[in-house]
Design a protein around this ligand. Structure first.
Ligand SMILES: [Ca+2]
Length: 384
């Protein structure tokens, strides 16, 4: 390779691993649709990437109200409904006052497993706090297209004027405990402090209170909501459909993006250990391992700028059963093969698709849905 070309590629690579790629949101790329691969193959299947709907904002998260209705969030603070058959989008009225910044606003949405009975949806968002802002978890009742009775179940204690690294995803386990991810807000030391909600995964009851059996509930000075610590900016969260284990995906500093198996009370190392690199190359000085700190199941150097994750049941894609899908801003989709809660394989899908994918989710129809920063909602359809 000619030296100047090599340097140019190096520069492009360095630029894309910098601040812009970390968590920032970009506008739609005009070339995006032109380079979309409509047909592709994986695990012995032929597949098609299909448009479902398009909106004019970053789609941050998706969940499903019924077999034919998706609820999704937009960064600027709107909840919307999507009819999966017709592609029709309907606005939802109500919702919290959301602060919006380049890298976030309204984040995740989770439909209560008993939604048909209680009408609850949970959501995470940036709550304004004067000049500062903070990660919050709210709940409301959705009836038709109106969200009512919204209230905060949890507001993190690390409000900051640094408007980045909020987290923030939500998951609910079979016992109805909520898990919420909280980023370090660029105050890395908080991730190791038991008094701060920064850089943590939190476990809450469905009413927002801290369960008494949380690992630090009886530790003096510790925040009772903490489930695990030492996270940087966790943006993906999912529960394995067979083992019930909690999986998390987070941004590393420059590279060192991670998938972790989240265990009660465990320390995932940030900022004491990391597989991230110094800008310009070389591992960061603090090292990659230390006793009492967990290793990731998988890490990426250079980074992928990871966002949402989802498991695939394999109902519609036999070759993808129990695969973990990792959405990224620069990937755009990685399929991880999981065995006994270990990552044993990786496949990069849709490699030439120039889209920044914010979320991936399995629908009630068994199909995988993707949401992009350019406002696209798409699904992967197997061809017979
Ligand atoms: Ca780690």
């Amino acid at each position: 390779m000619a030296p100047f070309l090599f340097l140019m590629l190096l520069c492009l690579s360095a630029c894309s691993t910098g601040a812009q790629a970390q968590d920032a949101v970009s506008g739609a790329s005009p070339q995006a649709s032109a380079s979309r691969p409509a047909l592709f193959a994986s695990a012995g299947m032929r597949l098609r990437l299909e448009d479902v709907a398009r909106t004019d904002d970053v789609v941050w998260a998706m969940d499903f109200l019924s077999a034919d209705t998706m609820i999704f969030t937009e960064r600027r603070g709107r909840f919307r409904l999507l009819d999966l058959g017709s592609g029709k989008i309907t606005p939802i009225a109500g919702g919290p006052a959301v602060a919006t910044h380049t890298s976030g606003g309204l984040f995740d949405v989770l439909v209560d497993p008993d939604f048909a009975v209680n009408g609850y949806i949970y959501y995470s968002y940036i709550k304004p706090a004067g000049e500062r802002s903070v990660t919050a978890l709210g709940r409301g009742r959705l009836r038709d297209t109106q969200l009512t009775g919204t209230r905060d179940l949890f507001v993190a204690n690390n409000a900051s004027t640094d408007h980045a690294h909020w987290g923030s995803r939500i998951a609910m386990d079979a016992q109805r405990f909520l898990y919420v991810t909280s980023g370090d807000r660029h105050a890395a030391a908080d991730a190791q402090s038991l008094s701060s909600h920064g850089g943590k995964i939190l476990r809450l009851r469905a009413d927002g209170r801290a369960p008494r059996d949380n690992p630090f509930a009886r530790t003096s000075g510790a925040a009772a909501e903490i489930w695990s610590l030492g996270h940087r900016n966790p943006q993906g969260l999912a529960i394995h459909p067979s083992t019930g284990q909690l999986y998390e995906q987070e941004h590393g500093p420059t590279g060192g993006d991670e998938i972790n198996l989240v265990r009660r009370g465990a320390n995932y190392g940030w900022p004491v250990i990391t597989w991230g690199e110094n800008i310009g190359g070389g591992l960061m000085p603090q090292g990659t391992a230390r006793s009492g700190m967990e290793q990731p199941l998988k890490y990426w150097v250079p980074g992928t700028a990871p966002t949402g994750i989802a498991f695939c049941s394999g109902q519609r894609y036999p070759g993808w059963r129990d695969s973990l899908f990792s959405a990224t801003l620069r990937g755009p989709l990685h399929r991880l093969t999981i065995d006994n809660d270990r990552v044993i394989g990786e496949e990069i899908l849709l490699e030439n698709w120039q889209e920044r994918v914010r979320d991936v989710a399995e629908g009630p129809d068994g199909l995988l849905y993707l949401a992009t920063e350019s406002g696209r909602i798409m699904r992967i359809v197997p061809l017979e």
